[in-house]
Design a binder for this molecule. Structure first.
Ligand SMILES: [Zn+2]
Length: 185
């Protein structure tokens, strides 16, 4: 498949980081590289499992920040552009509602990803319980919960770029051999 023009999930990152990603997309090798770095998929497949996962992390780092009433994989966020990046405007529109209800919605695309990526997005959403904006305090809180937060957010954005360029899902619920094959074909 001919790669589409580079998407903007990596906007704001320096060219020294973005160019190699674009190069790999152009060569159709990005999937292979991602699977080598993150070979395994997590097994948090249901809303219940996600709820337990979020509550465990919250209990570890954010015990005193209210109650989380609802945790779901949200297929309405399946437009992956909304999973990250668009988040600021979404929380501005729905800010009061989200804050009062303490709901955590994770885009369905994260159901089939490596454990590191799931942890990144959950850390991100947990940090929003306390910090609304993507500011310094927000990212410090993210890093407190996950030391590699910045690298993981970058790598998630790399994967979203892979999908946006027409690449296949790399960690779908197929046997690993098939997933690897899908990634390198
Ligand atoms: Zn956010």
């Amino acid at each position: 498949m001919r790669p589409k023009p580079p998407p903007d999930y990596l906007a704001g990152y320096p060219a020294t980081l973005v160019e190699p990603v674009r190069h790999l997309i152009a060569q159709d090798r990005l999937g292979e590289v991602l699977l080598k770095k993150y070979p395994l998929a997590h097994d948090v497949r249901t809303d219940k499992a996600l709820y337990d996962y979020v509550l465990a992390l919250k209990g570890e780092f954010m015990r005193n920040v209210g109650q989380v009433s609802k945790v779901i994989f949200d297929s309405k966020l399946q437009v992956i552009r909304q999973a990250l990046g668009m988040h600021t405007s979404i929380s501005r529109v729905q800010g009061t509602k989200l804050k009062s209800k303490r709901e955590i919605r994770v885009a369905t695309v994260f159901r089939e990803m490596p454990p590191e990526f799931l942890r990144m997005i959950v850390v991100h959403e947990l940090a929003h319980l306390k910090e609304g904006a993507h500011d310094k305090a927000f990212y410090q809180l993210c890093q407190h919960m996950e030391q590699d937060y910045h690298q993981l957010e970058f790598d998630v954005r790399v994967y979203l770029s892979h999908l946006a360029a027409g690449g296949q899902m790399l960690w779908s619920a197929t046997p690993l051999g098939e997933a690897v094959f899908a990634g390198v074909e």
